[in-house]
Design a protein around this ligand. Structure first.
Ligand SMILES: Cc1cc2nc3c(=O)[nH]c(=O)nc-3n(C[C@H](O)[C@H](O)[C@H](O)COP(=O)(O)OP(=O)(O)OC[C@H]3O[C@@H](n4cnc5c(N)ncnc54)[C@H](O)[C@@H]3O)c2cc1C
Ligand SMILES: *[C@@H]1O[C@H](CO)[C@@H](O)[C@H](O)[C@H]1NC(C)=O
Ligand SMILES: *[C@@H]1O[C@H](CO)[C@@H](O)[C@H](O)[C@H]1NC(C)=O
Length: 639
């Protein structure tokens, strides 16, 4: 299986190398006044058709003459504009063609270029021939003005039915927030209303800048619109952030330039702890310094408490799985799946394991159950196996700063992360089973209906049932949870002392993000395994002794000592093994095939270990689609 995978990977990589070579022939690094590093496409006779016609994006082509002084003077402006346009690549690209270069003469002729430099707008899916020479764009003195010309052109193009894939640039008047947000999709958390003159391009530019990011929309509104008065916008362009709950915040900066508006949006999202981890660091640090008592010390760590898991299970068994009037078919099967993964992967202590096994077996013995029968069974077996629970059944890690926060839902996430992580560490590929069980549980038993609906929609979108490997199951759940965190950041349900972050935080796991800010998946995976694995789940005694930190030999020290002890033992074993092997090796030294065998073993190990080896799996698509990379790099980009 692995061997097959490996071969396919190699073949695909080889074919990719091939493609790269072909692409290289097409791409021109440098010609005339421009090079590729200027973020422009360099057109020549050879690549013109492939780069200009039938594109999914629009292209602005500058025809120039590298000898003309005016063109030289203009090139820094065009390069400056290209930098701003670089992020909009999927929508519009800038290209240049040097008509002083002999090989390009014919195309320059075809395009009837009479003056240099000369700009042409080529819309998407442009067709060659029929005297199609693009639309002329007026030259301008500065890069800023030129950019405005191009955006105006884009606005006009869209109103003619082009650029349907770009953000909506149209401007309208509204009398209320409700009507302004009427056509905003449900998954949008914040809509930024830009109040401006219909001839302004600021709103559209911001919409383009934010186009890549989920859960955000930008909408242009006429400056004399009634909603402007309601919002208290008196300087234009004005900027108002509106939550999906229609709660508005006027964030118009003093000097409302495009840059300042973008900054204001950045600040606002940071203040809502939107995606950015920076506030998370500051926030946690202040908690820690301001009242560094045992509670905050405990609660600000990524630690899993056994008590949270037990309390969650107890609630799940007594109130959730007993909710149905009668239970048969798919719902009953979901319950049995859930109990089965608990039985296999829950790191149960004391009698809880036997209790779960008994519950699973008993409930599996009949085709139909009423809710009250299930409740009676739960209670009866609890007595049979008493004491089932070892903790005081109080939330520790999931305790909210106020009673209305956290608790069971936090516990449920923790439970399923624990299950995926522990399934991933057991033999076979059982991780996906946990996801399936979770899906069934959330669908049929999770008492928070909207949560359940959201989760199912997300599960379909992110193809939960396509996950076949343990590691991917762990990461799938992590992504899903982060998606929920993102949606709920700033929500009324958010505990102010436990802001929704993109987990894990930078401070807790610096290596989980690469320098450019993208997620480093292998590190995230390790972090999750480490956090949720059986051995690292804390019981109350450990939590207390750490929090108290009173005795000279705290648990941490004891932990360190035992680690040291284990380490010594390990070294001892290694030394013994070394001597044994040496003797062994000397004996068999001249025998055949040892080297190859070793190599094969090493490769096998690598394959088994290097789970992110295959770069072209559907998993990557998922990750890309979720824009994990984007979400974070946006932060880098904006700040
Ligand atoms: C399936 C499901 C769907 C939900 N849908 C909604 C909803 O639609 N609307 C709604 O208002 N609430 C929803 N909730 C509840 C919500 O997600 C939180 O559980 C609740 O707001 C409490 O948040 P919390 O601060 O305790 O942290 P939680 O989000 O509950 O997280 C618990 C703990 O898990 C760890 N953690 C956080 N993120 C990750 C991650 N990405 N990977 C691994 N570990 C992580 C952290 O240590 C955190 O303290 C849902 C819960 C579940 C289980
Ligand atoms: C763009 O938004 C306007 C209102 O601002 C709306 O009337 C129009 O239908 C939208 N266009 C598209 C393609 O969604
Ligand atoms: C926008 O520009 C057009 C053409 O330049 C002009 O006729 C119109 O009055 C302008 N609109 C506003 C609101 O300034």
């Amino acid at each position: 299986m692995y061997n097959w995978y490996f071969v396919v990977t190699i073949i695909i990589s080889l074919s990719l190398v091939d493609c790269a070579v072909i692409a290289k022939e097409d791409d021109v690094e440098e010609q005339g006044l421009y090079s590729k590093s200027d973020k422009v496409v360099i057109l020549t006779q050879r690549n013109f058709e492939r780069k200009v016609y039938n594109q999914r994006h629009a292209v602005v082509v500058q025809f120039y003459n590298s000898y003309c002084g005016h063109c030289r003077a203009f090139s820094p402006k065009f390069k400056a504009m290209a930098k701003d346009f670089a992020a909009w690549k999927p929508i519009i690209q800038l290209a240049v063609m040097d008509c002083a270069n002999e090989e390009n003469n014919e195309i320059c002729r075809q395009f009837e270029v009479m003056a240099y430099p000369s700009l042409r707008y080529i819309h998407e899916q442009y067709i060659k021939g029929n005297g199609n020479v693009g639309d002329r764009i007026q030259m301008a003195e500065t890069a800023e003005k030129l950019k405005a010309q191009v955006i105006t052109k884009m606005q006009n193009e869209q109103s003619k039915g082009h650029l349907a894939f770009a953000p909506n640039f149209s401007i309208a008047s509204y009398a209320s927030y409700a009507s302004a947000l009427n056509d905003i999709p449900n998954d949008v958390t914040y809509t930024f209303l830009v109040f401006e003159n219909e001839n302004s391009t600021v709103g559209s530019e911001i919409a383009l800048d934010l186009n890549d990011y989920q859960h955000i929309k930008v909408k242009r509104i006429r400056e004399n619109s009634e909603l402007g008065y309601i919002a208290g916008v008196y300087h234009f362009p004005g900027l108002v952030a509106v939550r999906s709950t229609l709660e508005p915040t006027n964030i118009t900066p003093k000097n409302p330039s495009q840059q300042n508006l973008l900054k204001a949006i950045n600040m606002f999202l940071k203040s809502k702890n939107y995606v950015f981890p920076s506030r998370d660091i500051n926030h946690k640090d202040t908690i820690f310094i301001e009242h560094s008592d045992e509670k905050s010390l405990v609660s600000s760590s990524d630690i899993v408490y056994y008590a949270d898991l037990e309390k969650t299970l107890k609630t799940s068994f007594t109130t959730e799985i007993t909710r149905h009037k009668s239970l048969t078919g798919e719902a009953l099967r979901s319950l049995l799946d859930y109990l089965e993964v608990l039985r296999s992967f829950f790191p149960a202590r004391g009698n809880l394991r036997d209790y779960i096994i008994d519950l699973h077996t008993t409930l599996g013995s009949k085709q139909e159950w009423s809710g009250s029968e299930i409740y009676e069974t739960v209670k009866r077996l609890e007595i049979t196996h008493a004491p089932v629970y070892t903790s005081e059944l109080e939330y520790i890690g999931c305790k909210g700063s106020q009673p209305q926060y956290r608790g069971y839902t936090c516990g449920l996430w923790t439970l399923f992360h624990t299950l995926t992580a522990n399934a991933a560490q057991s033999p076979g590929t059982e991780g996906p089973k946990v996801l399936k069980a979770m899906h069934g549980y959330v669908k049929h038993f999770f008492g928070c209906t909207t949560c359940s609906e959201h989760f199912q929609a997300m599960a379909t979108r992110n193809r939960i049932f396509d996950i076949k490997e343990n590691d991917k199951a762990v990461l799938w759940l992590w992504i899903a949870h982060n998606e929920v965190n993102l949606r709920l950041a700033g929500d009324v349900t958010e505990d102010p002392e436990h802001p929704k972050i993109q987990f894990p935080s930078v401070s807790k796991c610096p290596e989980c993000r690469s320098a450019r800010g993208a997620w480093n998946l292998p590190s995230v995976y390790q972090y999750l395994l480490n956090m949720y694995k059986k051995e690292n789940i804390w019981d109350l005694r450990r939590a207390r002794s750490i929090a108290a930190r009173s005795s000279p030999f705290s648990n941490l020290d004891i932990g360190m000592l035992s680690l040291l002890y284990i380490f010594c033992l390990f070294i001892l074993i290694l030394v013994i093994k070394f001597f044994l092997t040496k003797r062994f090796y000397r004996k068999r030294h001249y025998k055949h095939g040892r080297g190859t065998c070793r190599l094969r073993f090493a490769i096998k190990r690598l394959q088994n270990k290097n789970i992110f080896h295959n770069l072209i799996s559907p998993w990557d698509e998922i990750v890309k689609r979720l824009r994990i990379v984007h979400l974070y790099s946006w932060h880098v980009y904006l700040s």
